[in-house]
Design a binder for this molecule. Structure first.
Ligand code: GDP
Ligand code: MG
Length: 439
């Protein structure tokens, strides 16, 4: 949760009872948190009204943990607003399934088309075909061909002299002949919505009868995303949304706004420029993200891809109880090294995205090696109880790892900050570590 919201909660938790005034104060913080996350103000207003009504209900007022109750209501309602659960891609009963990618220029259509093709081939055993219908942007066709080559998926193109409508018709013929069962049409985008483009998209829609019209929206565009979504939906009657670039700093409030304005499900999120960076959209996780809680669940899921499940569970448990040691940290680093961008992962650790120092210092894989070297140079005791690290121990560690004393200090500071954030996230802990920690 945003710091302010958390502070308000803390205050309320200290009291035996909550008053209507307390709830009002909390709602003001919720409102600010949502606006900061780029949620459309109309959506915020409606949302806060709904939540206030529920929060003012007698259950909450009389409960022993009213602050937490209210937060739970906020999360529940946010999740419900975003559709409750993940919706799958629409599959045709008569192959091929046709997906049409639409969206503004630079939103991530071509990249997402590639990601989707890869996902379909790998997870669903489909035989995809990518269709190059962006005939305007220089090198757009070539970009799609490069993507296709990277993931070993064929790309259908007729150059830039044939209309997208014709290309689509021929591509579908081709797909049937070649028994390709999942056709993804990559269309052109503009910087702004214009009529010529919309007409062209309507033509492509008519000839391809897509099972899915996937609107691709850049989550960094914030408020504007709502207008874009609305126009595309009005003209094309979209069936799903992919929100890209959520690996950046954005809180993802656009997700909430788009869903409430169009009432169309968000199906995927883009978490990386790499072609394996397409993830299913989970409303409850997005709700946490919007409220600034980080995304522990996604982190755990990601970790599971590289580690066995019990390890991930242990890690989750440790994060929850804050009995997280440098050994755990090291293990985690080793696991995440193989899992793509650390940037992604840091964003998912509660509060980590607020730690400026940490973010910048740990981005670089080489830095990661250094961190590993430092932790490995510590004794078992030092790792589980870093409070004992005095200057002479630190100097020894620096020497042993070939890093500077300054770096050792920085790492310890970051680790301390991280633990503090985890503690906050989990609401403090009783089962924590022995010894006091300098803070
Ligand atoms: P299009 O014009 O809609 O086809 O957009 P592109 O697919 O060409 O993407 C525009 C830029 O955004 C490219 O540099 C992509 O690498 C980048 N991009 C697309 N999706 C993501 C994402 O989920 N995360 C990040 N970080 N970059 C992305
Ligand atoms: Mg493109």
């Amino acid at each position: 949760l945003s710091e302010r919201l958390q502070a308000t909660m803390q205050r309320i938790k200290g009291k035996g009872k909550v008053t209507e005034q307390d709830i009002k104060t909390m709602m003001r913080e919720v409102r600010l948190a949502l606006l900061e996350a780029d949620v459309n103000f109309k959506v915020v207003k409606k949302f806060v009204n709904t939540v206030s009504e529920r929060a003012l209900g007698s259950d909450v007022m009389q409960s022993l943990t009213p602050g937490q109750q209210v937060i739970k209501i906020v999360q529940d309602e946010l999740t419900a607003l975003m559709g409750g659960e993940n919706s799958k891609i629409n599959m045709s009963t008569k192959p091929p399934t046709v997906v049409m990618m639409v969206g503004l220029q630079g939103a991530g259509k071509t990249t997402t088309a590639g990601k989707l093709a890869l996902l379909m081939r790998k997870k669903y055993n489909k035989k995809p075909l990518l269709v190059a219908c962006d005939i305007y942007r220089p090198a757009a066709i070539q970009q799609l061909q490069t993507v296709g080559k990277q993931i070993d998926v064929p790309v259908y193109t007729e150059g830039d002299q044939v209309s997208p409508k014709e290309i689509t018709e021929n591509a579908l013929k081709y797909a049937r002949e070649e028994h390709l069962d999942f056709v993804i049409i990559d269309t052109a985008g503009r910087l702004h919505i214009d009529e010529a483009l919309m007409n062209e998209l309507v033509d492509v829609k008519e000839v391809s009868k897509p099972d899915e019209i996937m609107l691709v929206v850049d989550s960094m565009t914030g408020q504007d995303a709502v207008n874009v979504a609305e126009s595309f939906d009005t003209t094309l009657d979209i069936t799903g949304v992919t929100l890209t670039k959520l690996d950046g700093d954005t809180r993802g409030g656009a997700a909430l706004s788009i869903r409430s304005v169009t009432d169309k499900p968000i199906k995927f999120i883009g978490m990386s420029e790499k072609l394996d960076g397409l993830e299913l959209f989970h409303p409850e996780r997005m709700a946490s993200r919007i409220l600034g809680m980080g995304d522990v669940l996604s982190l755990i899921e990601k970790a599971q891809q590289g580690v066995d499940e019990t390890k991930a569970k242990e890690l989750e448990q440790k994060m929850r109880t804050s009995s997280f040691t440098l050994d755990d940290f090291l293990e985690q680093l080793e696991q995440v090294k193989g899992l793509g961008s650390l940037d992604d992962l840091m964003n998912m650790i509660p509060g980590a995205n607020k730690m400026k120092g940490m973010k910048n210092a740990n981005m670089d894989p080489k830095q990661l090696d250094n961190v590993q070297a430092i932790i490995r140079s510590m004794t078992r005791e030092e790792r589980s109880n870093p409070d004992i690290l005095n200057v002479s121990r630190k100097r020894r560690i620096a020497q042993g790892s070939g890093r500077s004393l300054q770096e050792v200090n920085r790492l310890m500071k970051q680790f301390g900050d991280m633990k503090k954030m985890m503690k906050q996230f989990t609401g403090g802990n009783k089962k924590g570590k022995k010894g006091k920690r300098a803070s």
